[in-house]
Design a protein around this ligand. Structure first.
Ligand code: ZN
Length: 366
């Protein structure tokens, strides 16, 4: 990559100008000026197969004027990057910017297509827009790009995102998801994702995917990977990451085969619901929500005291009856014990109860 995303991701640690982006080095505090020329010089030095032009990426949800300024600056930087390439045999891709504004994307694509780039990337997506906005933008922006050069969607995505983007005309991707999600124990398969952290996988001897030919699936059980992930053993994310990268390659290879065989649309429709699925074999049980018992009547509600017992509170006054001693205890202490009530009814003695209207008799009876 060129450093464009770092310009975006470190907004407080850099200043922007026509010339380039100025960073403060976190190593020695020195100023570093990242220009298109410097970026290409570095990419030539490391020998990348595909060099990316330096661009200014902005959040995909910014105002049109900000998106336009960033897009126009990116176009000027793209030409400077192209000039800096010299006679290097390494490929160079341009980056179409313009946030979610169709007119800006069109302008950017039309401008960059006139120049001899080896491929075209859509930049500035997966940085704040909704999934629907991204898919819409990819759909119209992909159609603006030359058909004889690769199209690369930067920073995307999950397997279902890749399927949707290929369906809309994209060819290439880069993303941290296969390894980043592996850290949380998320494994991607043809039947959707598997959350290996879940207890459902604790005792399973089966592989992540019985049909997968990767080294992890032919060697380790779900139970073992579950244990590694739960105990945060670094080996867990390495192994799940190896499977995920294998699956991503498999997915891309299969999509390519279907495109070449002209069967992609049928494949897309059949595969889409599966890739969007999660824990198909062992679905997460929805909590059994029982309707709550009524806890209010008129001006009164059931209240839970700090000591943990329930009592009654009058809503209008806030007064709590039996605020300190639970109602049952109070009834025993005041009425049952004092009147030796239990003793007397055990002897089948005749008892007369006078209730003066404060609930005492009701308490005793209870
Ligand atoms: Zn595998």
């Amino acid at each position: 990559d060129s450093g464009g995303f770092q310009i975006f991701a470190m907004p407080n640690d850099r200043s922007m100008s026509e010339e380039g982006a100025k960073f403060l080095s976190y190593v020695d505090g020195k100023h570093i000026l990242l220009t298109p020329e410097r970026s290409i010089e570095t990419q030539i030095a490391i020998g990348s197969d595909i060099m990316m032009v330096l661009d200014q990426c902005v959040p995909s949800t910014v105002d049109e004027s900000i998106a336009r300024a960033a897009m126009e600056l990116s176009n000027r930087w793209a030409l400077r990057s192209l000039a800096a390439r010299g006679d290097s045999p390494q490929s160079m891709f341009a980056i179409v910017q313009g946030a979610c504004y169709e007119n800006l994307r069109r302008e950017s694509a039309a401008f960059l297509s006139q120049h001899p780039f080896d491929g075209f990337a859509l930049g500035g997506l997966a940085v704040g827009e909704s999934k629907q906005e991204r898919e819409d933008t990819v759909e119209y922006a992909a159609a603006m790009l030359p058909t004889d050069r690769p199209r690369y969607l930067m920073g995307v995505g999950t397997p279902i995102d890749l399927l949707e983007a290929v369906h809309r005309g994209m060819d290439m991707f880069d993303c941290i998801i296969p390894t980043a999600h592996a850290e949380q124990g998320v494994a991607y398969t043809w039947k959707g994702k598997i959350l290996l952290r879940r207890g459902a996988y604790r005792d399973q001897e089966a592989a992540i995917d019985a049909n997968c030919k990767c080294k992890v699936c032919t060697t380790y059980s779900r139970a073992y990977l579950h244990q590694l992930i739960k105990t945060q053993e670094p080996l867990g994310r390495t192994l799940v990451g190896i499977h995920n990268i294998h699956f991503y390659h498999e997915l891309m290879r299969t999509m390519r085969e279907h495109i070449l065989a002209d069967t992609f649309l049928a494949f897309y429709e059949a595969t889409r619901p599966w890739l969007a699925a999660s824990d198909e074999e062992f679905p997460v049980k929805k909590p059994n929500l029982r309707p709550k018992a009524a806890t209010e009547l008129g001006d009164y509600e059931v209240h839970r005291s700090s000591a943990g017992f329930h009592n009654i509170r009058q809503k209008s006054s806030g007064e709590i009856m039996h605020s300190v001693i639970p109602p049952e205890e109070e009834a025993f202490a005041l009425y049952v014990n004092q009147s030796r009530f239990l003793e007397r009814i055990a002897k089948e003695e005749e008892v007369v109860i006078w209730d003066v209207g404060m609930g005492a008799a009701a308490n005793v009876m209870a």
